[in-house]
Design a protein around this ligand. Structure first.
Ligand code: HEM
Length: 526
């Protein structure tokens, strides 16, 4: 073979060395660039490539509280290559969330989301005008006037589930309350938002069954739960997500390859998103055809009428993403909070007693509370809900990203820095919550000294500032109605199959690893 052509492109040793050094330099700059820009912020020593992920694997999210004790109210945590500036102080949280909200307006997009296009187009991860247009469009759905019209819908789903509880009470079989609550919350948000009855929380599903024996809605919800719980932020996610944590530049190429290899987690997630997206597209398309003669206003109607004014921002793709986001945010977080309440009240008989007294005092079992009743007549229930959200927070971290250079806590942070508010650490800080390991709903009594002394930004279960949760009132209304309905009829005890201490999994939203298994006891009151 003639290899003389090789010598037409002579490359001397110096050139090879220069190229190798340039590549190495580029790689080092890529890997350590983000770290270098925030190096002055204190933090534990990092490991090459994985940063502090090994610490997260060892301690779980408690790590953030442990690091706050050691490094103070502002410190660095490295999620692989990406440094996060963690804020673990109420006053600094207020500064980031409100006073400097203009300089820190975005939510940062972690690698699990980069792998999930359907999530990126919702309000949660949108930015600038796309975000403000979508947020202002959906606001009317959450107005007090709309919320009061949702009470009958919520109430009817809760009531229809009574049979399920009765049968558990009768047979004395364990009930996994967290499984029930995700079905209930999905049904409620499905009906209130899209006018669709998934029928998941009914004793016998009324929906058509497909050939494989699994009804459409169940398949939908299974897929939705699978995809949501597998968006992990640590080293237990799909391979492309793990690669994204270490070398973000390679995440998308890897995902493109892995999603074509049957059996891999990326393949499963991709199939799930395609399917979920397809189902939502069909719901949206159908509604676009039907919309004209429609009088009742649900979430989809609000979006579709917003689309007439803001066509560029509310394309069908975005509307489907918003519909999915509504389903996800409206179900998982609410279900988690309801399950925490049931679990914690069952473990504290004196709280249960006081709660039952308040609920029974409201009136006969079939009297449905109005929106005003929910606001004024159940102060102790509200305290129980708040204390449960403090004790087992569903979202211990709130993600933000700087849009410009900005000074926080004495450190100059560059544009693009990820600033995460560690609200979970604030909830366990004795400065804000004396004896934080105790479950004490009374600490949320507005007249008690502890509440008066507490920093206003020490308890932020629904976030802070302009990006605060849009569904706060909706969620609180649903949780209160459900608890009132259930505690009028039942009390709950931990099953002997329930693990102690509780175990969780951490994805986009925290969930109970083994569910909340309880025994249902029917109350003998009329
Ligand atoms: C107990 C239930 C819930 C909890 C604990 C919760 C918590 C949160 C938190 C902590 C945030 C981040 C706020 C921030 O960054 O400052 C958030 C944002 C959000 N939540 Fe909720 N949420 C709940 C229920 C809901 C419901 C029912 C919906 C809708 C039906 C919803 C929709 C949203 C949306 C769209 C955002 C993004 C807002 C934006 O970026 O502008 N959430 N939620």
């Amino acid at each position: 073979m003639d290899l003389n052509w090789l010598f037409l492109f002579p490359m001397n040793g110096a050139a090879i060395l220069f190229t190798a050094v340039a590549i190495m330099g580029g790689l080092v700059a890529y890997l350590y660039g983000p770290h270098w820009k925030v190096r002055k912020v204190p933090g534990p020593p990092t490991r090459p490539l994985i940063g502090h992920l090994h610490l997260m694997a060892k301690y779980g999210p408690d790590l953030f509280t442990l690091l706050a004790k050691k490094y103070g109210p502002i410190y660095r945590y490295h999620m692989g290559r990406q440094p996060l500036i963690i804020i673990a102080d109420a006053e600094l949280c207020r500064e980031v969330g409100t006073r400097k909200a203009k300089e820190i307006p975005h939510r940062s997009i972690p690698s699990p989301i980069t792998a999930a296009p359907i999530h990126q187009k919702g309000i949660f991860f949108s930015r600038d005008e796309q975000w403000s247009t979508m947020r202002s469009t959906v606001t009317s759905f959450f107005h007090t006037s709309s919320l009061s019209t949702m009470i009958p819908t919520m109430q009817s789903f809760i009531e229809s589930a009574t049979q399920i509880f009765d049968s558990h009470a009768q047979t004395q079989q364990d009930m996994d309350f967290s499984k029930f609550s995700i079905k209930l919350a999905t049904d409620v948000v499905g009906q209130a938002s899209f006018g669709v009855d998934f029928g998941l929380s009914k004793p016998h599903s009324t929906i058509n069954t497909t050939k494989d024996g699994c009804d459409e809605a169940t398949q939908f919800i299974n897929q939705h739960i699978f995809n949501t719980t597998n968006l992990k932020m640590d080293l237990s996610g799909s391979l492309s997500i793990i690669i994204g944590l270490v070398l973000p530049i390679l995440q998308e190429p890897c995902r493109q390859i892995l999603k074509r290899i049957p059996g891999t987690m990326d393949w499963k997630l991709e199939r799930g998103y395609r399917d979920l997206g397809g189902r939502l597209d069909r719901i949206v398309e159908k509604r676009m055809e039907e919309e004209k003669g429609r009088t009742s206003k649900d979430y989809l109607s609000v979006l579709l009428s917003g689309r007439e004014r803001k066509q560029n921002y509310l394309t069908q793709e975005y509307i489907s993403a918003l519909a999915y986001e509504q389903l996800l945010t409206g179900s998982a977080t609410v279900a988690f909070s309801m399950s925490s309440i049931i679990y914690l009240v069952a473990a504290h008989p004196h709280v249960e007693k006081k709660l039952l007294e308040e609920i029974d005092g409201f009136g006969p079992k079939d009297k449905t509370p109005t929106l005003e009743d929910l606001k004024d007549k159940f102060p102790y229930l509200e305290q129980v809900i708040h204390e449960s959200m403090r004790y087992i927070p569903s979202s211990p971290l709130i993600a933000r990203e700087t849009a410009t250079d900005v000074e926080i806590g004495g450190y100059l942070l560059p544009k693009g820095a990820w600033v995460w508010l560690c609200i979970g650490a604030l909830l366990m800080d004795p400065k804000n919550f004396p004896e934080p390991e105790k479950f004490k709903p009374e600490r949320f009594d507005p007249n008690c000294e502890e509440m008066k002394q507490r920093h206003p930004s020490a308890f932020l279960p629904f976030g802070i500032g302009s990006r605060t949760c849009t569904g706060k009132q909706f969620a609180q209304q649903e949780i209160k109605l459900t608890m009132i309905h259930l505690y009028r009829r039942y009390v709950f005890r931990h099953s002997s199959n329930m693990e102690y201490p509780l175990e969780f999994t951490y994805g986009l939203i925290r969930s109970f690893k083994n569910g909340v298994k309880v025994r249902v006891i029917k109350r003998n009151i009329d």
